[in-house]
Design a protein around this ligand. Sequence first.
Ligand SMILES: [Zn+2]
Length: 309
Amino acid sequence: MGVPNIVDGDTKRCIGMELKKLFLKANNELENTNGRAKSRKISCKTCQKKLTVEEIRANSFVCPACGYYFPVRARRRILMLTDKRSFHEMDRELVSKNVLEFPEYEEKLQQAMEKSRENEGVICGVATIQGQRVCLFSMDSNFMMGSMGAVVGEKITRIFEYATVEHLPVLGITVSGGARMQEGMLSLMQMSKVSQAVKRHSKAGNLYVVLLTNPTTGGVDASFAMLGDITLAEPGARVGFAGPRVIEKSLNQALPKNFQMSERVLECGFIDAIVPRNQQKEYLGKILKLHARLGEEYRMEEDHVSTGK
Ligand SMILES: [Zn+2]
């Protein structure tokens, strides 16, 4: 039959290969700030042009020659999108434990911490964007492919709960290979936990904006990445649940060329706008300003109703 067993070895290998291919990790050399590092040259993955770290950073981590989007670390994203020195991080101290005693998970966590210089695969906190206060979470592809374990889910849930109490909008910047295999069912449960926090935040009349970056896949795509009031994406970002080769294998038919590309997903109606990297801060600022104003009016009206004035 055309539909393979979900646990068959071929499919597993196929998923593993696809994820590795999809995941271009952010180059740590692009983060170095000292003088010598800035003049160091890095080749563009697409056009092979040699560019200095300074040139790439000055152009919002986009190749000036061919428009290739270099992967960006979670902390850098926050710096690029928020007002200078406005970001206050929350729950940085939370770290994952090997609850299921999965073989070699502790070592993998240790390596991920060293490689990413983060405690977990998501950074959460409060900042301002063009003067507008916003809670945000930013996922990091350098930490176990941005996978969603219990701590990632807990941190994102907490930021939504904080935003609900404080009547603040949430901005989510997503990049993920999906659920974290080493945490099994605990990882999958984060989909429903975060989704419920999103719903409570929404029911209280608050805004949630998502910025999908390359790639946003698996359980993250199947839950909170697709629950935004406004869903934005970077050009050419892969957005989907399972990888195209797995789908092709299951359906036994060829898929369109731009399958799961943000441009195609926009055509299908799942994304509201594709925003180039150098315009994202301004775009988000506008959205937040517009909704902050409406929010104030809404609250004022409510006060009139409750006081009878
Ligand atoms: Zn290039």
